[in-house]
Design a protein around this ligand. Structure first.
Ligand code: HEM
Length: 376
């Protein structure tokens, strides 16, 4: 029972609660609670109703490409790969991450084409992509998602979204309105410059001889605590050849995927992991800009892919290659695309994880899958 007596032995003294000191303590507690609520409201976007959210970006992907049950909202067409990364130890001076100690680390990954349509036909201008998860025994995964163009066409999530809006199909024609994209580019000189660089670099003839770029800058942190801005690429060991018109003239809508499956059937494919070391003043917050070609490049090891298979339960189909899943020793830069990617991939993953799965366009015939080639 609550006592009203000043000398009551119970701990509840209402009069003392009404005293000046107690009131200001209560006010402080109230303020602390309000601050926590405000933080949640801010993170949830309630304080800034016009702030772009990951759900809006994914909704727009769905407007552009439709909803394809169970598939990624971008890079929807893909296959799963596995193999290993063999570190040569050269990365250890820049980063304390365990993957850079000399030795092998198992890797799983995915080859895909940019775009939200899982049954799209392979084509000469389709951006080839490679996503990887390095899985060292200490459990500190390193995930990355890279593409084979030299710069990204936009520098922040808002421009990415505007570009998506501009590529929505016109309800009258069912096709994107080229005038809208032209208008977007005319208001984004950084995109116009980036597209010039992209156009100057032809696409490779396949997944096997494409080099894949992380594009966003990151920071490597050494054992001594030194933080270095970096960008990295998986540079193909197979010699580069441009795609020819004869390739896409084929009836095979999966000609790029079928070719890489056949190639891995004959033997492993390799890429060198090339880390570009940034200098003070190199932009780390703008993936539309290249760093000078004179920057030091460190070859830190070799990726070997010796197995390929169609998307299926439990393989790369069910992984979110979030570029912010990083081991200790690799940190994000101030590039605004990174947190937007992480948030958007998560929303795409959550939606597709809860949907009924349809078979993927690319199935690898059992006879073509290299026997015993799984993992290390
Ligand atoms: C704000 C910018 C970006 C947005 C909103 C975005 C959005 C997405 C989404 C929604 C997915 C599907 C994720 C999933 O369901 O697992 C995806 C996949 C992917 N993205 Fe991005 N992306 C962005 C920038 C980039 C950049 C800069 C790169 C490359 C440097 C990139 C490369 C990839 C790749 C390779 C995949 C396929 C990953 C896989 O195979 O699972 N994206 N992106």
């Amino acid at each position: 029972m609550v006592s009203h007596e000043p000398n009551s032995p119970t701990p509840y003294r209402l009069r003392s609660l009404a005293s000046g000191g107690a009131l200001s303590r209560l006010a402080l507690i109230g303020l602390a609670v309000l601050a926590v609520v405000a933080c949640f409201a801010y993170v949830g976007g309630w304080l800034s109703p016009h702030r772009l959210t990951q759900a809006e970006i994914i909704d727009t992907f769905e407007e552009v490409s439709g909803v394809h049950s169970g598939f990624r909202r971008n890079h929807a067409k893909g296959v799963c790969i596995t193999g290993y990364f063999e570190s040569n130890g050269e990365g250890a001076r820049l980063s304390k991450a365990a993957v850079f100690r000399p030795g092998r680390v198992p890797v799983i990954g995915r080859l895909s084409l940019a775009g939200g349509e899982p049954y799209m036909a392979d084509g000469p201008a389709a951006i080839r992509s490679m996503a990887l998860a390095f899985r060292p025994p200490d459990g500190e995964e390193w995930r990355m998602a890279m593409i084979d163009i030299p710069v990204f066409p936009v520098k922040d999530p808002e421009s990415f979204w505007e570009q998506l809006l501009a590529s929505r199909p016109d309800p009258k024609t069912g096709k994107p309105d080229p005038a809208k994209m032209k208008d977007f580019v005319s208001h984004h000189p950084e995109t116009a410059r980036a597209l010039e660089i992209v156009k100057a670099n032809p696409f490779s003839s396949g997944f096997a001889n494409a080099s894949y770029n992380a594009l966003d800058a990151f920071r490597f942190v050494s054992a001594a605590g030194a933080s270095t801005p970096v960008r990295w690429s998986m540079a193909a060991v197979e010699p580069f050849e441009p795609e020819t018109p004869a390739q896409s003239a084929t009836q095979d809508k999966n000609y790029l995927f079928d070719a890489v499956a056949a190639r891995i059937g004959q033997g492993p494919l390799q890429w060198r992991l090339a880390v570009t070391v940034g200098q003070p003043g190199d932009p780390t917050d703008d993936a539309t800009l290249q760093w000078p070609s004179t920057r030091e490049q460190v070859d830190v090891g070799t990726l070997t892919i010796n197995h390929i298979e169609g998307e299926a339960p439990g393989n790369c189909r069910d992984v979110n290659f979030d570029p912010l899943v990083l081991p200790s020793g690799i940190e994000p830069s101030d590039d605004p695309l990174l947190s937007a990617r992480s948030a958007t991939y998560s929303t795409s993953f959550t939606r597709r994880a809860g949907e009924k799965k349809e078979p993927s366009a690319v199935q690898i015939p059992a006879g073509q899958i290299p026997a015993g080639g799984k993992g290390v």
